[in-house]
Design a binder for this molecule. Structure first.
Ligand code: TYD
Length: 207
């Protein structure tokens, strides 16, 4: 079983993935926890290029191809082999992040993006995608805890993140069997209970 964690920045998904991995391991599952971009030595090098503050001139198309390259490596080297051994994989972000950020956020063509994702992943889709939904402003606020007032770039960022959130909602609505939307503004413990409920239900129906 392959489960992905998606949502805007600051949605708390990275905390939830750790909690879920612990709980699944305690229940005896062979869990591999990974993240994007990264998750392999090659992917972590690509992550460095993507995050480097010196690379502000990066074009959205170049960005998309780098995320996709890191993803292709992660699928081939780590995710597929683990699934083939019968293990369970949890990933903090996967191809839906590219659709939401590079597609809905930066306006790249969605059909084209889908083809590129199918190529990069060899068609591997998650069985379940958990969408940690939170208002863009609240998510960004959590990230930037205590920082000064809004400026022009913040306003730009907010508009971008609103498009990303709307994109996630559209993706979730289009594939309701794969996606589960969670209200990420809830307290950590309540969110954890909901996540566990969804995953436990899927595990029972599969076994
Ligand atoms: P990261 O520091 O891992 O943050 P987060 O905790 O929010 O996951 O940075 C990932 C950033 O990269 C995040 O802003 C989303 C973005 N991203 C894309 O734009 N496209 C992608 O395909 C992926 C995987 C991530």
């Amino acid at each position: 079983m392959f489960i992905t964690f998606e949502g805007p920045d600051g949605s708390g998904k990275s905390t939830q993935i750790v909690l879920l991995a612990e709980r699944l391991r305690a229940a005896g599952h062979d869990v591999l926890q990974t993240r994007e971009p990264g998750g392999t030595a090659i992917g972590e090098q690509i992550r460095h290029v993507l995050h480097d503050l010196a690379n502000t001139a990066m074009q959205p198309r170049a960005e998309l191809l780098l995320y996709s390259a890191a993803r292709a490596q992660l699928v081939g080297q780590v995710i597929k082999p683990h699934l083939e051994r019968g293990g369970l994989v949890l990933s903090d972000r996967y191809f839906d992040s590219s659709l939401a950020y590079q597609g809905y956020g930066h306006g790249l063509d969605l059909d084209l993006l889908r083809s590129i994702q199918a190529f990069a992943t060899g068609g591997l889709k998650p069985d379940l995608t958990l969408f940690f939904d939170i208002e863009a402003e609240a998510g960004l606020g959590r990230r930037r805890e205590g920082a000064a007032e809004w400026n022009r770039l913040d306003a730009y960022a907010l508009e971008f993140h609103n498009r990303v959130r709307a994109g996630y909602r559209a993706l979730a609505a289009a594939e309701p069997n794969r996606w589960a939307r969670l209200d990420a503004a809830q307290p950590i413990v309540d969110l954890q209970t909901q996540v566990w409920g969804l995953v436990a239900e899927r595990l029972t129906t599969r076994s």
